[in-house]
Design a protein around this ligand. Structure first.
Ligand SMILES: Nc1nc2c(c(=O)[nH]1)N[C@@H](CN(C=O)c1ccc(C(=O)N[C@@H](CCC(=O)O)C(=O)O)cc1)CN2
Length: 294
């Protein structure tokens, strides 16, 4: 068996085309959604990611609001910038690009974001809403990567209802939050969360219909850990030097050999990353639509 590809680049492009239509419909009602970003310091990687978010915005017609602070900005400077974005009526939702410089209390900064403007969907209030409102429609921003993973899998025709999903990794952006979405009634999967303290990882993954690999350990998911025909989503982002080109490149958690066993595999890069970006835009458009309807 050679696995089929869960193509995040193509799926994200389709979602962006849908969002372009929704933004045009909002524009016809006099509403322009705006994404704000706060970038602190001059890390080239973070700058590149932020630039990508604004390119995505331009593509679908979302306005861009950019706040930038130098690397020696104080906690107070950063919190003041968050308050400006909270109060800016042109800003429908915003993100604080992570990581923040050493010495900054990141939790304090992130908790200051107005939950209704939390485009990353990771504010404690929004995660708490997902915990508490399990049987109600979601009316708050959703965590982008988990939402992107579910969209990626479902848009390729994979039915998650009743599926046994094993998540590997307990980080906040994926491991901790994805179960909140997968176990909602509209998805109805059963979720096992594994981590570095799991006694026998293989025992869990070998029984899984779907594996979400978000451990950040290159190649941790090898073919012998995968049930034949399972769906494997590669979320891990590590960097390694390519021995042929000498250049740094992204390496995921899923070993190449898994493609011989699985039914579907997400490439990395080109899988979950582009979907996360598309879901950031979706959160902004969803919020703008909710505001326009209220
Ligand atoms: N406030 C946030 N900060 C950070 C986040 C986040 O979601 N919110 N995530 C990362 C960086 N990031 C977005 O900010 C991000 C990383 C990677 C990708 C992506 O599409 N990657 C490509 C591969 C790119 C490469 O080859 O280097 C892919 O997977 O195909 C998008 C966004 C930390 N900070």
């Amino acid at each position: 068996m050679t696995a089929q590809i869960l193509d995040g680049t193509a799926t994200a492009a389709a979602i962006k085309a849908e969002l372009t239509q929704r933004v045009a419909a909002l524009a016809a009602r006099g509403v322009t959604p705006g994404l704000g970003t706060l970038l602190v310091g001059d890390d080239p990687g973070s700058r590149w990611y932020v630039a990508g978010k604004h390119r995505d915005c331009a593509e679908v017609g979302i306005a861009s609001i950019q706040e930038e602070l130098p690397g020696d900005a104080t906690q107070e400077d950063i919190e003041a910038a968050v308050r400006r974005l909270n109060e800016n009526p042109a800003c429908t939702g915003f993100i604080v690009q992570l990581p923040l410089p050493r010495g900054i209390d990141t939790h304090r900064v992130l908790e200051l974001i107005d939950p209704d403007k939390d485009a990353d969907g990771l504010h404690p209030t929004n995660l708490g809403r997902l915990v508490l409102r399990v049987n109600e429609p979601v009316t708050s921003p959703l965590p982008c990567t988990p939402r992107g993973i579910i969209e990626l899998v479902e848009r390729h025709g994979v039915d998650l209802r009743g599926a046994d999903v094993v998540v590997v990794g307990r980080g906040v952006t994926v491991g901790r939050s994805i179960g909140l979405l997968l176990t909602r009634r509209e998805v109805n999967a059963t979720v096992t969360l594994t981590h570095t303290g799991t006694a026998d990882l293989a025992e869990h993954t070998r029984n899984a219909d779907v594996i979400v690999a978000a451990a950040g350990v290159p190649g941790i998911i090898t073919a012998d850990l995968v049930k034949p025909g399972a769906v494997v989503v590669d979320v891990g982002v590590s960097r390694a030097t390519d021995p042929e080109t000498g250049k740094s490149r992204v390496v995921g958690d899923v070993d190449a050999g898994v493609r011989e066993v699985a039914s579907w595999v997400s490439p990395n890069p080109g899988g979950v990353g582009p979907m996360t970006r598309a879901m950031l835009l979706s959160n902004v458009v969803d919020t703008a639509e909710r505001l326009a309807a209220s």
